[in-house]
Each structure stands twice: as structure tokens, then as C-alpha cells.
Design a protein around this ligand. Structure first.
Ligand code: ZN
Length: 495
């Protein structure tokens, strides 16, 4: 049995200013053939899950095709250019055509990709794969932030979505998809799917599955999987509200073994359940920057350190609201990680060196939500190509390459780390890489919504999430949508 494996994945913030291009994916590293599989070994991701399932099943060979799943700047990139989408989706199709006889295709996609010219990019990727391989099973894994609708369900044979946020189950979901694939090819099961759109849209910061109501929703999905022997999988995507696309909003996809009625009834139940929780789900509240920073300083004063101060709404990476407020409120012993500012890094490189003194204005340039540039005078504490390996529960073992990175120390034991692009901190590895001990910091201000919790819920002294201005606000009525469906809760009243 020969199963092809390919990945093409991007979480697109369509409100961000810069399109995502071929150059961005090439800079992140595009893999072909065996490298698709070899690079995933030992890292808890979808493809490693495929590999585990295949290795347990004698006679199953995986065939690596193409992987374009990293792009420079990641989710700070806007619409993929048509050229970019075509290059990798056609690359997958061409790879499948030249791979010899195949019995199935496993595609690790994201679900929140937005591409110019293709309003349902994941469905289009599957259709292109289908045109190449014909009538063999094509099964798809997706992120919990996927925006999908019936088009994907019509194109694919089964869809498996992450069940956790922070996403700590990519390998398990990959494994589940590959097991389903192997059993389908052997004729042991015949997957059928049902899909529902409950009609609610929520900001990422409210979707963590360790908190209600996201947790209760996932528990109900697991209950169905346990109780119904013919139920293969109950997938719920909470959606990615920062992609202005026609299939935005939460999605339920249920796969059963040849039991369409059961799939439909579970999907309806899950959809109704999610709708019944719409008010507590969409109606949470977060402190604004000033209030959140004041709370952070208070917690630091009580010794609940390090306080992790998360700015969830910065999507371009160069927002300065939190840095400005920390300085204005007289915080000490803090590190802001990070502010994206390639120009300032270049200036520091040209005019100074590690150990030298600099005065620079950092951040606040990408758009009107970034705040103003903040002047910082101090010592260059780090200036180097920065890379590190993640050590927390998310993507443990995965290597992150940031490029030329700077850190300036200023004021009373304060630091700001400056990176070329948006950088989401998932554990303490970045701090170690630049020579800081996070345990000695009073405050670590990071840019993350929920993923940071996988590591910091257990290791931080306390956590504060602030709703600073940004392109990823908690209040979705601040965004000017053009493409999302009408009537999505809680925007319906406003629209
Ligand atoms: Zn996600």
C-alpha cells in the first residue's frame, strides 16, 4: 500500500498589510520527496503521526511529495498571491502524478489559508490532488482554526481537525487520519461525512480548550466518539476570525463508518450545542492595555513572577502599546519579546556591536494599530543570527530560525528583543537563546493568544492577557469584513 503525503499550510491574517509570496515560503523552507517525511521524524506534528501509523502497519509505504508549511512571517502574512497558491498546490498535484501508483493521499493542511483568486483554497488543493490521483481516498488534517464549508467535505474522503488549543495533539490527529486511511484502503471502513456551520465567530484568544466553553464543546465531541461505535471522528474547528473569507466561523465535521444518518445527527447536535453556548463563548472580556499592565505590575510586586503578559492582538509583530505602557507605568525587570523591526536591527548592526550603546526608535510602523515607535536607549545585549529548539509541549524538538535578532537592555533591568518578523513565544527557549533567565525576570511580555499556555500555565508565576489595539482584536466588531457570511454571531446585530 502506497500513501502519498503532502502539506501546504498557512494561517492567513487578511487584515495584515503584506501579501504572502513564494519568496516567503521559500525563505521558510519548502521540502520535496523523502525530506517531507524525514524532517518530521521525532517532532510531534501531523506528518510524524502519519509515519507512526504507517510503521505500525506492515506493507504500508509513505511517499513524500511536497511540504510548504512554513513561511517567513507566518501568520502576519496576508492573502497568498495567486502565483504562490498555484505553485505549491500544482506542485502537489504534479508530485502525485509522477509518484507512480498510489492507494491514497494524506494532506496536512491548515484550513485558515486565504489565497487571492481562490476563496476556498483547501478545497481547491484537494480538487487538484484529486485530478492527479483519481478515485483513491484523500484525507485531510486541519488546524483547530480552520475556516471550511461543504466544498472541502465534498472534495475529500475524511477530515480530521485538531482537538486542542494550545495545539498539543497534531501528532495524534495525524495518527488518527493515517489509521483511517489505512483501514479505508483495506476496505475495513467506508468513511462518510456530515458538516454543519453553527453560525458563530470567535476571536482566537477565547478559544483555548482548557477553558469553558471551548472545553465543554470538545468534551461533547469526545463523548460522541466514545459512545457511538460507528462514529470515526467528531471534528470541531472554532475558525480563524482574522481571515475575511466566505467560509469563516466555526465548523463541525463528523465522520462515521458508512452511516450518513448518524453523521448528520451528531453534526446537528454539536452545532446546536455550540450555538447554545454562543453568549459565554463570544462574550468574554479582557483588560485593555493600561489596566492589564497595571495588574501585571501589581502581580510582579506580590512576587508572582515571572508574570507572563500576553498581547494577543498584535498580528504584524511590531505593536508597541505594551512596551510604551510598561515604560510609562514604571515597570522594572521586564523583557518585551518581541517587537518586529528589521530596519532597526539593520541600523544597530551598521552603527553598533554587542556591548555598545544605542538609541533607536523601535516598532510602530506597520499600520495604525501598531502604536508609535518607542525610543529606547541602552546597551546592545544580543546581536546575532538567532535560532533555537522548542522544548515545551507544543512542537517540542522543532527548530525556530529567527534571523538576525537584537536585544537592547535599558532602564532598570529592562530588555526588548527585536526580531525581523512577528514572533510567537511558546516557551522559554527564546529567552535562553538571547542569554536571559526567564525566572529572574519580573515580567515577560510576549505576543501570543493561547499557545503560550501549554508551557507557561505550569511555569509562570501568573498570567495576564491584554486586549491591546491590533489587527487581531478580541472585539471583532472593530474589523471591517467584506467576505464573511452574513448573520454570524456576535456580529449579526452590528451588520
Ligand atoms: Zn491554530
Amino acid at each position: 500500500m502506497r500513501i502519498a503525503v503532502a502539506s501546504f499550510s498557512h494561517e492567513t491574517c487578511t487584515f495584515c498589510p503584506k501579501p504572502t509570496t513564494v519568496e516567503d515560503f521559500e525563505a521558510g523552507g519548502v521540502l520535496y520527496g523523502r525530506d517531507v517525511l524525514e524532517s518530521a521524524r521525532g517532532i510531534p506534528n501531523y506528518i510524524n503521526g502519519f509515519i507512526k501509523a504507517a510503521e505500525e502497519s506492515p506493507g504500508v509505504d509513505l511517499v513524500g511529495i511536497l511540504s510548504a508549511s512554513r513561511s517567513r512571517g507566518g501568520s502576519s502574512g496576508s492573502w497568498l498571491t495567486e502565483e504562490c497558491f498555484d505553485k505549491y498546490s500544482r506542485g502537489i498535484a504534479e508530485g502525485l502524478r509522477s509518484a507512480g501508483k498510489l492507494d491514497g493521499v494524506l494532506l496536512a493542511l491548515h484550513g485558515a489559508m486565504a489565497a487571492s483568486g481562490y476563496m476556498k483554497p483547501e478545497a481547491e488543493i484537494v480538487r487538484r490532488a484529486r485530478a492527479a490521483v483519481g478515485n483513491v481516498p484523500i484525507m485531510v488534517t486541519l488546524d483547530l482554526h480552520a475556516n471550511e464549508d461543504h466544498e472541502l467535505v465534498e472534495a475529500a474522503d475524511a477530515v480530521f481537525i485538531l482537538k486542542t488549543y494550545p495545539h498539543v495533539d497534531s501528532e495524534e490527529v495525524g495518527y488518527e487520519a493515517a489509521r483511517c486511511m489505512i483501514r479505508s484502503v483495506k476496505g475495513a471502513i467506508r468513511p462518510v461525512m456530515a458538516i454543519r456551520k453553527p453560525g458563530i465567530i470567535t476571536p482566537s484568544v477565547y478559544q483555548g480548550t482548557e477553558e469553558n466553553p471551548a472545553r465543554e464543546i470538545m468534551e461533547r465531541a469526545r463523548m460522541w466518539e466514545r459512545e457511538e461505535p460507528n462514529c470515526v471522528n467528531v471534528s470541531v474547528a472554532f475558525g480563524f476570525a482574522y481571515a475575511d473569507v466566505p467560509d469563516a466561523g466555526a465548523t463541525v465535521i463528523v465522520t462515521t463508518d458508512e452511516d450518513r444518518m448518524l453523521a448528520e445527527s451528531i453534526a446537528q447536535d454539536m452545532s446546536d450545542y455550540i450555538w447554545s453556548l454562543r453568549e459565554p463563548f463570544a462574550g468574554k472580556r479582557l483588560p485593555k492595555t493600561r489596566e492589564g499592565v497595571a495588574e501585571t505590575i501589581r502581580l510582579a510586586g506580590e512576587g508572582k513572577t515571572p508574570v507572563i503578559l500576553a498581547d494577543h492582538s498584535d498580528r504584524t509583530g511590531d505593536s508597541t502599546w505594551v512596551l510604551r505602557e510598561l515604560i510609562d507605568q514604571g515597570a522594572t525587570g521586564f523583557c518585551v519579546a518581541t517587537i518586529a523591526d528589521e530596519t532597526v536591527i539593520r541600523r544597530i548592526k551598521e552603527t553598533s556591536r554587542k556591548g555598545g550603546e544605542v538609541t533607536v526608535s523601535v516598532g510602530g510602523h506597520a499600520d495604525c494599530y501598531s502604536g508609535d515607535p518607542v525610543e529606547v536607549s541602552g546597551k546592545v545585549e544580543y546581536l546575532d543570527e538567532c535560532s533555537y529548539t522548542l522544548t515545551g509541549p507544543m512542537s517540542r524538538g522543532d527548530r525556530r530560525k529567527l534571523g538576525l535578532t537584537a536585544m537592547i537592555g535599558f532602564g532598570k533591568d529592562n530588555h526588548v528583543i527585536i526580531t525581523p518578523t512577528l514572533h510567537q513565544v511558546l516557551d522559554d527557549a527564546l529567552f535562553k537563546a538571547v542569554g536571559l533567565n526567564i525566572k529572574k525576570l519580573s515580567i515577560a511580555a510576549i505576543k501570543s493568544r493561547v499557545h503560550f499556555r501549554a508551557y507557561f500555565n505550569k511555569t509562570a508565576g501568573s498570567i495576564v492577557v491584554v486586549d491591546a489595539p491590533g489587527l487581531g482584536p478580541a472585539d471583532l466588531t472593530q474589523l471591517e469584513y467584506n467576505n464573511i457570511p452574513k448573520g454570524l454571531y456576535p456580529l449579526s446585530e452590528k451588520r
